[in-house]
Design a protein around this ligand. Structure first.
Ligand code: SAH
Length: 401
């Protein structure tokens, strides 16, 4: 289960320091000189040099990437404007997909979720959300097809209520693995439909893996890639000031969402342990600098946990913290995670919380739950699967009647 609107929410990121510089291992990169097939979606795969060594023109690599992204090619054999010999040689040297679909679930509302098994056996989740036109006024009235992708295996931020970080961070995803989630989800769509929005709100802390995330998002924007404008890409962060500043300096065009969950340090540190070393004042100051650099309205996320941070006083504190900022608050009623003590807020508490914010003039929206039947909250399906595989399936089932 999980709340989703045009986005999904999952877990958190890696063992990132407050600077956002991850100390987690990078992922599988092919050993130099190895004859194992290498992941063609990884920028370090050596495709350009490999082609040059075969006397191929430099633009060929771009054409192959266009086949993979815009052309939705599943095999090199599909690349019909390449010679048969070249296609066979590509097939022998490179592989297009490094992941295997371990599970594919579809909810009644059209939400689809993939559990992907990576080459090293780790599992990640990604989700396709279909929104109707009436929900998509800001997308120009058309249907909004949003994908939610993961940035790490597990998460090191330790947010106490989140399923993704329960076992900490295992590793960063590679650029190819991030891109592959987009291609796998795109393949769920008929040829006439395209992904319109990306939210990096799956498993992991994206700002702890910027070096690999940013090239993947650059390909997503490229006309030969997926052609998705930067303004339709949201990066959600627990709030790592140095990494936010890096984004402000290098890439302020993304839509930034900052997960707050509390408007005072004591409670925030209890819910979001990395806050201890950072503090709300620094998170807000970095968010303000991003806003100055981008000129775009910021989003603040606030997961409502029943009886914990959902009192009218909490809402009043949040309104005071936001002050006159041009911000949108996404209130996310908690999706209960099996085995964790946190619970959903009552309907009454939700209504009171929203009332206080709205009467203080805060721009607020509640994330509707989508795909509730398929454990769409990133980190939950993965957990359910490993519980079922490792111990008894019964441990994992009560949440999803
Ligand atoms: N690490 C990033 C991105 C991944 S989490 C971040 O913290 O923003 C995306 C959002 O989902 C966060 O706001 C997170 O707090 C929220 N979330 C995690 N688990 C949830 C759950 N079980 N129910 C509701 N929201 C959840």
């Amino acid at each position: 289960m999980r709340e989703m609107n045009s986005e999904i929410y999952p877990a958190e990121g890696g063992e990132a320091s407050r600077s956002g510089e991850a100390t987690v291992p990078a992922a599988a990169t092919p050993a130099p000189g190895s004859s194992d097939p290498v992941h063609v979606l990884d920028p370090a795969c050596g495709l350009e040099d490999w082609l040059a060594a075969r006397g191929q023109p430099a633009w060929r690599a771009k054409a192959i990437r266009r086949w993979l992204c815009a052309g939705r090619a599943a095999t090199f054999a599909d690349m019909t404007d390449l010679s048969k010999d070249l296609r066979a040689a590509l097939e022998a040297r490179f592989r297009i997909f490094s992941t295997r679909i371990a599970r594919h679930v579809r909810a009644e509302d059209g939400t689809e979720k993939l559990l992907l098994e990576l080459a090293d056996g780790q599992r990640i989740e990604c989700v396709l959300l279909r929104e109707h036109a009436r929900e998509a006024s800001e997308a120009g009235g058309g249907q909004r097809l949003t994908v939610c992708i993961s940035s790490q295996v597990g998460c090191g931020m330790g947010c106490v209520f989140c399923a993704s970080g329960l076992d900490g961070v295992i590793r960063n995803l590679t650029t190819g693995e991030i891109l592959e989630q987009l291609l796998r989800l795109q393949k769920l769509l008929p040829a006439t439909e395209r992904i319109s929005h990306i939210v990096v709100m799956g498993m992991g802390e994206p700002l702890a893996n910027l070096d690999r995330l940013l090239p993947a998002l650059a390909t997503a924007q490229d006309a030969d890639g997926l052609g998705i404008s930067q303004r339709r890409i949201t990066i959600s962060t627990v709030g790592l000031p140095k990494a936010i500043d890096r984004l402000s300096a290098e890439n302020p065009g993304y839509h930034l969402a900052v997960s707050l969950h509390a408007a005072e340090d004591k409670l925030r540190t209890r819910l979001v342990p990395v806050n201890k070393a950072i503090g709300l004042a620094e998170v807000m100051a970095a968010a303000d600098r991003y806003w100055e650099a981008s000129g775009r309205r910021l989003t603040f996320e606030y997961v409502l946990l029943g009886g914990v941070n959902d009192a009218p006083e909490d809402a009043a504190r949040l309104a005071a913290l936001l002050g006159r900022r041009a911000a949108l608050v996404n209130v996310i009623p908690y999706n209960a995670v099996a085995g964790l003590p946190w619970r959903e807020p009552s309907k009454g508490a939700q209504a009171r919380f929203l009332d206080v914010l709205r009467s203080a003039g805060v721009n607020v929206q509640v994330r509707r739950r989508k795909g509730a039947r398929i454990d769409a909250a990133c980190g939950q399906l993965r957990r359910l699967e490993s519980a079922a595989a490792g111990s008894t399936a019964a441990d994992a089932s009560p949440r999803d009647p």
